[in-house]
Ligand binder design. Structure first.
Ligand SMILES: C[S@@+](CC[C@H](N)C(=O)[O-])C[C@H]1O[C@@H](n2cnc3c(N)ncnc32)[C@H](O)[C@@H]1O
Ligand SMILES: [Zn+2]
Length: 446
């Protein structure tokens, strides 16, 4: 019996305890497995995300590759030079010299043998040399080549009006304090290109004249004033020709005694560059510049034109130009139908005074107002809530209407925030033709 009891205990020890402990361990393992599973879940998700990212990036790469292949396939039909042209110029065929693009090779080839291209190409070849001889000190800088220019300097590409925006600006206009001598060599070269393309055909001497002033009186060559005067001069010249044409046709249609314009007044002329340009442009007309304040800059510009300008029929350049340090009102008594009155950025009442005088004498006029008092034209209606530029436009409109304007034009808004030119007083019927085609040709219509 004792042996039986001992054997029973031994059985319990050998068989039952391990089984129960197994059962216990198993239960433990199952719960820890479940726990592990729960614990591992986030990790598995991370792994899943990582896998997905890998797959996606592989997919993306494949996509990009197939896109590249596709593009290559498409571009492989286009010759390399055309691909480059499309990428750099936006056109299949592009003439850099003339800055024009073409869709068809045939048109491009026709262009290359055309008159315009041949002229531009020969100019392109001579541009560097012309720049150096016109304005030798403008190309001078520390990093210049043996030929006096810097490779970054572009004097060959035709001038585009939009380039005005590349000159130093303050607020929304060209900085009034910047002089030609302050410009980078590149911008000075572009200014020369502007002179060549805008005036060179008729006045190749203009660039050497302004270059001369830049040496003798560099303080007077302000970029804003130059663009402002040169661009206004172009418009005023064409308006004078319009007025003259109108006078001629009115004279032939009726018994009107109106003669061609014989005297141009640049009233409130300031530095007087516009009056000087007009006197040079119209050598057979008298030009009178009037300002309360006599400026040295006027004489500096005049001297350069007299020294380097071209004489007309043997006369010294600008011998038709007169300066008066006086109030603009003093010219009233001498005005006639043959007068033409110009006032650019004359302030406040001065615009009105000039147009009143012109209308009183039945003369033609052109003004570019800067400040206009609302009470002068809108019966005192206050102009409220408008920013300064909108106010300027509204009042310019009122000014034009009140004075029966016949032409309204503008110079670039990048040059000045007061760019509107208003003109009128032409005899005969209202002229509505586009005057922009008139070039400042000195030896053409005088
Ligand atoms: C803003 S500047 C314009 C100068 C020039 N016309 C231009 O566009 O650069 C205005 C000029 O008007 C002149 N001025 C103002 N009232 C005048 C008057 N009653 N008679 C003559 N000049 C006058 C001033 O002396 C000044 O030179
Ligand atoms: Zn070309």
């Amino acid at each position: 019996m004792a042996l039986f009891i001992r054997l029973l205990i031994l059985h319990i020890l050998i068989v039952v305890v391990p089984i129960s402990s197994f059962i216990h361990t198993s239960t433990n393992s199952i719960s820890s497995f479940r726990q592990n599973l729960l614990n591992q879940e986030p990790q598995r998700t991370r792994i899943y995300e990582h896998d997905m990212q890998k797959i996606q990036s592989r997919k993306r790469k494949t996509c990009l590759k197939s896109l590249e292949k596709e593009t290559e396939k498409n571009l492989s039909y286009i010759p390399r030079d055309i691909q480059i042209s499309i990428q750099t110029n936006g056109h299949k065929y592009y003439c850099e010299q003339c800055a024009v693009g073409f869709k068809k090779l045939k048109n491009f080839q026709e262009h290359l043998i055309g008159k315009k291209h041949i002229r531009v190409e020969s100019e392109w070849a001579s541009a560097k040399g012309d720049y150096i001889s016109d304005a030798p000190t403008w190309s001078n800088n520390d990093n210049v080549d043996d030929d006096g220019t810097n490779d970054n300097i572009d004097v060959c590409t035709l001038w585009r009006e939009s380039e005005i925006s590349t000159f130093p600006h303050r607020f929304s206009c060209i900085d009034p304090s910047v002089k030609i001598s302050n410009l980078s060599p590149q911008l000075r070269a572009r200014f020369w290109r502007y002179l060549r393309d805008s005036f060179g055909k008729h006045y190749p001497e203009l660039a050497p004249i302004l270059h001369h002033v830049s040496i003798t009186f560099p303080q007077y060559l302000r970029v804003k004033e130059l663009f402002e005067s040169l661009e206004s001069f172009k418009i005023v010249s064409s308006v004078i020709i319009m007025a003259q044409d109108a006078a001629k046709s009115a004279g032939s249609e009726s018994s009107s005694s109106k003669e061609n314009i014989d005297t141009i007044y640049d009233l409130a002329c300031g530095h007087g560059l516009v009056g000087i340009l007009l006197a040079y442009r119209f050598p057979t007309k008298k030009v009178v510049c009037v300002d309360l304040e006599e400026r040295e800059s006027f004489h500096a510009f005049k001297a350069a034109f007299t020294d380097l300008g071209e004489s007309y029929r043997g006369a010294i350049p600008l011998s038709n130009l007169e300066y008066r340090g006086a109030n603009l009102l003093t010219v009233e008594s001498e005005l006639s139908e043959s007068s033409f009155l110009v006032a650019l950025h004359a302030c406040n009442e001065a615009n009105k005074e000039v147009v009143d005088m012109a209308r009183g004498a039945n003369a033609a006029w052109a003004v570019m107002p800067c400040c206009i008092r609302s009470k002068l034209y809108l019966g005192g209606a206050p102009v409220l809530d408008l920013d300064s530029e909108s106010r300027y436009k509204v009042l310019s409109g009122a000014f034009a209407e009140a004075n029966d304007a016949q032409v309204i034009r503008a110079i670039s808004r990048n040059i000045t925030a007061r760019p509107i030119l208003i003109a009128g007083g032409f005899p005969g019927k209202f002229l509505n033709k586009d005057s922009r085609s008139s070039t400042p040709n000195r030896h053409g219509l005088l």
